[in-house]
Unconditional design. Structure first.
Length: 508
């Protein structure tokens, strides 16, 4: 009896196990014959120049064939949605419905795949030790007006490291760029700010003071060198815990960081929203930027304040109130025609807010970086001058072609940008030709005609359309560097494809 009972129990146990196994198989079939992707996955990121190891955490939830999740690290987070077919997965970001943000397969308990079709992905199940440090929420301050610092009465001009060097910038490169700004004539043409972008940051010491990393061994000495060349030094940070490249930013250390930069001799701050979006909503943009505006003012050192928030939150309306001298009105520029034109077209509704000390910023110049034609680069320079944009070169000024020098050093075009009236041009479209007109302090106007077409076209400018209040007395072609005639109140000119005609016209 005992043997029979034991045999019966063994049979029942085997049956229960079989049913459980069958249910798992059926569940796997329902999910596309694959293992579940639900869970937390970790992929090591790059090691930063300050020695910190980045970690990417992917949180996934699978419901049948549907996947939802979030990919995040210290400075970045993106919500993802997609599908699972067996062990294969595809996840899409909110802004893209055709190209997967992440794609790959679950193989032996690991995620193998590609990020945005460019970078390999290998993620393993995450443990508690993989969690990034938590960040406590800091309430933004009440709103008040930060007094004007009196700087940037004309749009700032200079050079920024990001477009060319990104994370490869270092002390020696900055020094050679300072030398080149002088020897090339750029400094004397007005390009005086030498701005270090992201990846200079080290770690904070025991007192919370942010150090520079090994690429910049002595920031004070570097600032002294830049100043000895008749230039000014700019630096980069952000109101979140991390910069765009994942380095320590100024969240919770605004006053401390501002004092550090003042001690070093910094003259310009680019302040990039980046990881702040993981903490604050856009309705906090103004008070958060105000906090650093106050901190800069308290140092007593004059520092141009550049807000980099991509045009979010109608920044042109409140930028001056937080102490801002310029503010980004667009996303990042790329070195191509479509990106350049898209950024400048976004300036149209911001025109009423440009004035001395306060400028709309469609991002840095790409002139000389090699992915547009010289005609397109002349258009780039002309449009930035017409919309009273900051002129921050992003090319290798140590090694410029004659064409690049002629564009960046065109003093007649620079004078339009630096005009003391501080007005911003507005455009009128006429087929493939678009005409921008900018009022100038001497009562004249600067005119730019851009050819969007694929072939050369004839532009006909009428003096009566320029709002001069009288007949044209003087007109000058700013790229040909010669005077021209409005015979009968009309001036015809051929404009090359993606090229520009730029005139300075006066009734005096």
């Amino acid at each position: 009896m005992m043997l029979k009972e034991r045999g019966w129990k063994d049979l029942m146990t085997a049956a229960v196990r079989f049913v459980a196994l069958l249910m798992c198989v059926l569940a796997s079939v329902g999910a596309g014959n694959g293992q579940s992707l639900s869970g937390r996955w970790m992929q090591p990121g790059k090691t930063l120049d300050n020695g910190e190891q980045q970690k990417w955490i992917l949180e996934l939830k699978q419901d049948g064939n549907m996947l939802t999740g979030k990919l995040k690290n210290l400075d970045y987070a993106v919500e993802l949605k997609g599908t699972a077919t067996g062990n294969h997965f595809e996840l899409f970001a909110p802004w893209e419905s055709t190209k997967p943000y992440l794609t790959g397969d679950l193989v032996n308990g690991e995620l193998h795949g590609m990020e945005r079709g460019r970078r390999p992905m290998l993620a393993k199940p995450a443990t508690g030790a993989d969690d990034n440090p938590t960040v406590s929420y800091i309430e933004p301050p009440p709103l008040h007006k930060v007094p004007d610092n009196g700087l940037a009465q004309t749009p700032p001009m200079g050079w920024n490291s990001w477009n060319l060097f990104a994370g490869r910038i270092d002390d020696q490169t900055v020094r050679t760029m300072a030398d080149a700004l002088v020897s090339s004539g750029m400094r004397d043409a007005g390009y005086i700010y030498l701005n270090i972008d992201d990846t200079w940051e080290g770690v904070r010491d025991a007192q919370g003071n942010l150090q520079s990393n090994h690429k910049f061994p002595d920031m004070k000495a570097l600032a002294d060198y830049v100043h000895s060349k008749g230039l000014k030094l700019g630096i980069y940070s952000g109101p979140g815990p991390r910069t765009c490249a994942g380095y320590p930013a100024s969240y919770g250390h605004e006053e401390q960081d501002a004092k550090t930069w003042a001690t070093w001799g910094v003259d310009y701050l680019k302040y990039d929203w980046c990881s702040a979006r993981n903490i604050y909503k856009n309705d906090a943009l103004q008070p958060v930027y105000q906090k650093m505006g106050d901190a800069l003012r308290e140092t007593g050192r004059p520092m141009v304040y550049s807000l980099c928030e991509y045009g979010w939150g109608n920044v042109e309306q409140w930028g001056p109130a937080v102490g801002g001298n310029l503010w980004r009105t667009t996303g990042d520029i790329r070195d191509d025609w479509s990106s350049m034109i898209e950024n400048v077209e976004k300036q149209v509704p911001t025109a009423p807010f440009a004035r001395p000390g306060h400028w709309n910023d469609p991002d840095m110049l790409e002139i000389g970086n090699g992915h547009m034609t010289d005609d397109e680069y002349r258009t780039h320079m002309s449009l930035w001058a017409l919309v009273a944009s900051p002129l921050l070169a992003g090319n290798d000024v140590r090694n410029m072609t004659d064409a690049t020098k002629a564009i960046l050093l065109n003093k007649e075009v620079i004078a339009v940008d630096q005009d003391s009236l501080g007005k911003q041009a507005s455009p009128v479209k006429n087929g493939d030709l678009e005409t921008w007109v900018k009022p100038l302090a001497d009562g004249g106007v600067a005119v730019g005609v851009v050819n969007f077409g694929s072939a050369a076209a004839t532009a006909t400018l009428k003096a009566s359309d320029l709002g001069l209040g009288g007949p044209v007395r003087k007109a000058r072609d700013l790229w040909a560097h010669q005077d021209v005639n409005f015979s009968g109140g009309v001036f015809p000119a051929t404009v090359p494809s993606h090229g520009v005609l730029m005139l300075r016209v006066s009734a005096k």
